[in-house]
Design a protein around this ligand. Structure first.
Ligand code: ZN
Length: 224
């Protein structure tokens, strides 16, 4: 069982499911040559894919192209189904920093074949996650800067103001598909600048008012 921390560990939540949106920033859709979807593209990562701040990401041996996607994470604090957009904030316990690590080579193959994405996005360590700060400490979650560096070099530099589906609409729509339970985590999509990670890289993400997240990367070899 994995746990998320709120306000430096004052509260701990067992992590339920991790519900994610693909293609929620226009500039990122363009860089991958995708079409802008009418409805949000929703997928999930298992809680077992979480790795804490300061941890090590293991790129599985079946991939050689792991991409970083820096994302604002939401922690659900109050269970709800069919949550109206105007009530979404009451269901959020806090905000955190996440990486939606994606095996782009594997995902592209799966997309071509019309197959699901779990093996590209749900592997162990695919979801580095910071501790959360409570909702009251973040003034405007739709105006936060997201910056990601690899070995000190700036790769992603976006703002949550650029989301296609803002948090209220996004969480409301997700809650129509599945009940969002206390302890669930939502990843809200990534701005432009995604790119490849290599063995030995140090990745650092900072979201204004929310916090920071750092992990190091190792590439796993094929088993003999
Ligand atoms: Zn993502």
């Amino acid at each position: 069982m994995k746990y998320s921390k709120l306000d430096g560990g004052t509260y701990e939540f067992p992590i339920g499911k991790i519900v994610c949106i693909g293609r929620n920033y226009v500039d990122h859709i363009k860089e991958l040559g995708n079409e802008t979807p009418e409805a949000p593209v929703i997928f999930m990562k298992p809680a077992s894919s979480v790795v804490d701040d300061g941890g090590t990401v293991e790129i599985p041996p079946y991939s050689r192209d792991c991409h970083h996607e820096a994302e604002l994470a939401l922690l659900i604090g109050k269970t709800g189904k069919n949550i109206p957009a105007e009530q979404v904030m009451e269901h959020l316990a806090g905000f955190g920093v996440a990486l939606d690590l994606t095996l782009r080579d594997v995902q592209s193959e799966q997309k071509k074949k019309g197959l699901p994405w779990e093996i590209a996005k749900g592997f162990d360590t695919a979801c580095p996650l910071s501790s959360f700060v409570s909702r009251a400490k973040v003034q405007d979650p739709q105006n936060l800067t997201i910056r990601l560096t690899v070995n000190g070099e700036l790769r992603q530099n976006g703002c949550t103001a650029m989301m296609i589906h803002p948090i209220a609409n996004l969480v409301s729509q997700m809650s129509r598909i599945c009940t969002l339970e206390a302890g669930d985590v939502i990843l809200t999509g990534t701005p432009a600048g995604v790119g490849q990670l290599k063995h030995g890289d140090d990745v650092h993400v900072e979201i204004s008012q929310v916090g920071t997240l750092g992990v190091s990367i190792i590439q796993m070899a094929e088993l003999g």
